[in-house]
Design a protein around this ligand. Structure first.
Ligand code: SF4
Ligand code: SF4
Length: 666
């Protein structure tokens, strides 16, 4: 890259050039801030939320996900395409600065000894980057115009941005090539693109080279300035917000992303989200950050089964409402479209299983589950509107502490013949086995609790149960938006645990596990909570559970969303399984582990009829059946119920069994 005076820049005389360039820059900045300010104002006025803790984790996430583009690179082609453009722009920011410096000062200053050498080296890097960005942007254009993947919305704005990127790349090369053609002694192999263009321009004469040099210069700077003005007013705002959005993303784990409501706050007129101003600043920043890439949609089980929920469209609808005058915080009036019921349909919100597949895929760390639950809270707590099935469930949770109207006094009946101790605070055992509603009342669930008990007894684990004193963790109430009820149930359980001096809890239900481990600490109760899959795997390692004879069955593993994605427990169920099934008998489907599909029970969906579209559990069984298994291995009692029902509906119940991992040890 040559640092000498660019003498051929003569469309504007040297005397006026800084003023003209300055005027263009100020105008662009004016447009930029005029579009940015209303959005910034709304963010600054939005509800507070502390996302400033754990700075080191945040920096690490930013380096990995934003700068390393790790999530995008999960999709090879589109990932590399986007990553090359992103990394390329990081390198070419210096080059853009160079254009403005020579525009204002005529010359590129050479401040330090050795700087010249760095400049030359940068020239080569810059040319390689220009080539790669040009290839990536051309492929992006081809994809949008010719391939047209269904997850992408074909927008004129997206095409304009790509054209501007290509114009910025081409003008850079022509600018340098024209200069080399006018000053052959300056041409260098360290800038092969410019040198190549200079050879092409040489026969055309100096007038053409001067013209192209000027044209390329102004094309370059004006394209950059125009690009800048487009950002705040369009979906390409994400170019500015993605890095901060990743920095401020959830570092506590997706199993712990719901905020407790202060019901004592007398100033609160409503609970949950009923208007855009009820969202926190981070939730609004999420909306501005959506790139509309549609990766979330690709893995959403609700959308795949034909429910009226597309996480991408939900985000876009909320953003459009936010950006419309009506949606601006503080400007809601009675004739506005209501956020709940009009902008976002109730059925959209009730379709979500809170499985977190969308969050796992989103390359810019947008959080959906907390928005869905906040909106459900608005429906339930403020607008008193929810599906019919929940009326009975809420009532039963309140009176019987389980969602199915079983009497609380029958909670321990399943254990009658099992020689299981009831918790005695004067003779406490090491662990409390927290059975959960499914394991206490459902006939299939009781078999799983029995298998867990037998395994623990074989291994000599010192445990007891709370029996009638155990109550629902409140997970279904919380996921259904009834935070008040969750608060009540969690408070009752915490009191019981405290009175009984409980500190270590085993549970086989991932929903209980998640609540007790991640959500109860907000109620002043921090326990050592262990899922039975983790404990069983440990007992096997310690030699307390013998492997015995291996089974010859062909087993496919199904991951529960609340153990896997929400708590990153993937190995323990597999390790437990491995004690009974040889490695060549254990199969994985493409959609397993982080990409595992939900069975359809999460998010309190097990309480709701699935009236629209196909059943999520049927879709999951179809995926699992691609391995032609004898057995589906599961570590969640709700997944067991959903998958067994799906197998029955498909007439496969005699061919394929569903087993909790504890049942493999019997
Ligand atoms: S949490 Fe699951 S069901 Fe809900 S929007 Fe995301 S992917 Fe879809
Ligand atoms: S929410 Fe995330 S994954 Fe979904 S379209 Fe937007 S950026 Fe893409």
């Amino acid at each position: 890259m040559n640092t000498a005076t660019y003498r051929a820049l003569d469309w504007v005389s040297a005397e006026y050039q800084p003023a003209v360039l300055g005027l263009c820059t100020l105008t662009a900045l004016g447009f930029f801030f005029a579009a940015l300010w209303p959005k910034l104002k709304v963010l600054l006025k939005a509800k507070p939320e502390n996302r400033f803790d754990r700075p080191l984790d945040r920096v690490w996430n930013t380096l990995r996900i934003a700068f390393g583009q790790t999530k995008l690179l999960k999709n090879k082609k589109s990932g590399w395409m986007h990553a090359l453009i992103f990394w390329g722009f990081l390198i070419l920011i210096l080059r853009a600065g160079h254009f403005f410096v020579i525009g204002f000062f005529q010359e590129m200053p050479v401040p330090l000894p050795g700087f010249e050498a760095i400049h030359y080296l940068y020239g080569l890097v810059k040319d390689i980057v220009i080539l790669l960005v040009t290839l990536a942007a051309s492929y992006a254009l081809y994809r949008r115009l010719v391939i047209r993947p269904p997850r992408l919305n074909l927008s004129g704005e997206g095409i304009l941005i790509l054209v501007l990127i290509l114009a910025i790349m081409a003008s850079d090369v022509i600018f340098e090539g024209a200069y080399f053609s006018l000053n052959p002694e300056a041409g260098t192999f360290m800038e092969p693109l410019g040198l190549g263009v200079s050879f092409l321009l040489a026969p055309l004469g100096s007038d053409i080279a001067v013209f192209l040099h000027n044209l390329a210069y102004w094309t370059h700077v004006l394209a950059i300035l125009f690009f800048m003005t487009l950002l705040p007013g369009s979906k390409h705002f994400h170019i500015l917000t993605s890095i901060p959005n990743v920095y401020f993303s959830n570092v506590t784990g997706t199993g712990n992303q719901l905020a407790r409501i202060d019901f004592e706050d007398e100033d609160s007129e409503s609970f949950g989200v009923t208007r855009m101003e009820d969202f926190s600043w981070k939730q609004l920043l999420d909306l501005h950050t959506c790139t509309e890439c549609g990766r979330c949609d690709n893995f959403c089980p609700a959308l795949k089964s034909g429910k009226p929920l597309s996480p991408k469209e939900l985000t876009i609808d909320l953003r459009n409402h936010l950006n419309s005058a009506h949606g601006h915080a503080g400007s809601e009036t009675s004739d506005n479209p209501a956020l709940l019921g009009e902008v976002i349909q109730d059925e959209t919100l009730w379709s979500c299983t809170t499985c977190g597949a969308c969050e796992e895929e989103c390359p810019v760390m947008i959080e959906y589950v907390n928005k869905v639950i906040d909106l459900r809270r608005g429906l339930v707590l403020t607008e008193d509107r929810y599906p019919e099935e929940l009326t009975k469930a809420f009532k039963s949770l309140e009176t019987n502490s389980n969602p199915w109207s079983f009497g609380r006094d029958s909670r321990a009946d399943w254990a009658r013949d099992l020689d299981v101790r009831l918790w005695d605070k004067d003779r406490p055992t090491e662990y409390l086995y927290f059975v959960g509603c499914n394991g206490s009342f459902d006939n299939r669930g009781k078999k799983i609790s029995t298998a867990v008990v037998k395994s623990l007894q074989i291994a000599g684990v010192d445990f007891s149960i709370l029996g009638m004193e155990e109550g629902c963790t409140g997970d279904p109430a919380r996921r259904a938006g009834n935070e008040y009820l969750f608060d009540m149930l969690a408070t009752q359980n915490v009191e019981t645990f405290k009175e009984n001096g409980i500190s270590k809890i085993i549970t086989h239900c991932p929903h209980c596990f998640n609540s007790l481990k991640n959500e109860y600490p907000e109620f002043g109760a921090r326990y050592e909570v262990i899922h039975h899959s983790e404990l069983l795997a440990q007992l096997i390692k310690d030699g307390k559970i013998a492997s015995g004879e291996k089974s010859g069955e062909k087993v496919v593993v199904h991951d529960s969303c609340y153990m896997g994605r929400h708590n990153q427990v993937y190995e323990a169920p597999r390790e437990t399984l491995a004690v009974k099934v040889p490695a060549d008998g254990i199969f994985e489907v493409e959609t397993s582990r982080e990409r595992g599909s939900c069975c359809g029970a999460g998010g309190a969906r097990f309480l709701l009829e699935e009236k629209v579209g196909s059943k999520m559990s049927h879709n999951r069984v179809d995926e699992l059946m691609t391995t032609n298994p004898d057995t589906i291995a599961v570590s969640c009692p709700f997944c067991v119920l959903m998958l067994e029902d799906a197998l029955k509906a498909k007439g496969l119940q005699d061919k394929v069994k569903v087993k909790d991992i504890s049942e493999f040890l019997q």
